[in-house]
Write a protein that binds this ligand. Structure first.
Ligand code: TRP
Length: 339
């Protein structure tokens, strides 16, 4: 199959922090697998991050860290178009076009915006829009533009982003209804990592690993710090000799994501049999993390230290992304009667 006939997989990663183990299992690893069969476009959604990140050094550092993490985890920039959202200005032009076709009421019902209003309501703030920027309000529109500008077929996302992909379809359909005689968008579908929900990745305190809970383990923490963090993970006080239930253990929940089937079953059996303490389980987990992530960490550090190398990779991706986006915008402009 020629590359232009391959279906397109696209996702955006918001640079609001240093990637952690939950990001790796929930987003990075499955998206890299998808890139085996799809024409993949993965980008760093730096303009989306601007809705919350105000520190310019931080925005820059997180953007680089996210890009370096994906590359270190095996994303091949020759096969995958990896780029910064801000390097594709066609996205923002398309966003305007889409905004003219999108009902404001649709944005009113977007969950992040509704959550912000709920917080104000609960806090007794009279103006429910207090603290809500236009960027937050329009967030789903920018996301629709990200997806449609590359004519994506599938969008791998976490469950919290499914509504946004559904919105993208709605918005695309509006466009198609108005201009479909000249040009119609592909309607994208979301895909969620198949075992999300069944096996969420727990953080240090046992709740879902998330930056907002401040319970994360950085993907590329050095070996010593990684071990220290693993030691801090929450366990119950079952004594060493007693049998333990692997399925209710946070440690095992992390371990199973990084182990092959044989090791997973062996450790499961040992926990069930009793005789293995949580201390030993923690060492086992830390060893496994080092085995899997030690190599990639070296590559991550190299990329973080070599701005020119990382910039060159992102510039290559930007060039390819802009080519694609430019072709799409030409069709959109012709369809709507501009230029
Ligand atoms: N909103 C997504 C998130 O917070 C990031 C994102 C931006 C995205 N644009 C996208 C994801 C387009 C998929 C497709 O995780």
């Amino acid at each position: 199959m020629t590359s232009s006939a391959r279906r397109v997989s696209l996702t955006g990663i918001k640079p609001t922090g240093i990637p952690h183990l939950g990001n790796y299992i929930g987003a990075i690893r499955p998206a890299i697998e998808l890139a085996e069969t799809y024409d993949a476009c993965y980008f760093i959604a730096d303009y989306h991050a601007l809705t919350t990140v105000r520190d310019r050094a931080e925005l820059d550092a997180y953007t680089r860290s996210v890009a370096a993490s994906w590359l270190a985890c095996g994303l091949d920039p020759e096969r995958v178009t990896l780029y910064r959202q801000s390097d594709v200005p066609e996205t923002f032009e398309l966003q305007w076009v889409l905004s003219c076709l999108t009902a404001k009421g649709l944005m009113n019902r977007a969950h992040a915006y509704k959550a912000a209003r709920d917080r104000n309501r609960e806090a007794g703030v009279e103006d429910l829009d207090a603290g809500v920027s236009m960027g937050l309000f329009e967030y789903p529109l920018l996301m629709a533009a990200d997806i449609l500008v590359m004519e994506a077929d599938v969008v791998p996302v976490g469950r919290d982003q499914v509504q946004h992909v559904e919105y993208t379809r709605d918005i695309a359909e509006r466009f198609n209804l108005a201009y479909g005689d000249r040009f119609a968008f592909t309607l994208p579908e979301h895909v969620t990592a198949q075992d999300e929900g069944e096996h969420t990745m727990p953080g240090l305190d046992g709740r879902k690993m998330s930056k907002s809970y401040d319970n994360t383990i950085p993907l590329f923490a050095d070996a010593k710090r990684m071990r220290k963090l693993v030691r801090r993970m929450k366990t119950d006080s079952t004594p060493v000799e007693e049998p333990k239930d692997p399925d209710s253990s946070h440690l095992f929940a992390v371990y199973r994501q990084f182990a092959g089937e044989a090791d997973r079953e062996a450790v499961r059996a040992r926990l069930l049999a009793g005789g293995m303490g949580w201390g030993e389980m923690k060492d086992l987990l830390a060893d496994r993390l080092e085995e899997v992530l030690g190599g990639p960490r070296g590559r991550y550090e190299e990329l973080m230290d070599d701005r020119a190398q990382l910039d060159a990779i992102l510039a290559g991706g930007a060039e390819r992304a802009r080519e694609r986006a430019g072709r799409l915008l030409a069709k959109v402009r012709a369809a709507i009667g501009i230029g």
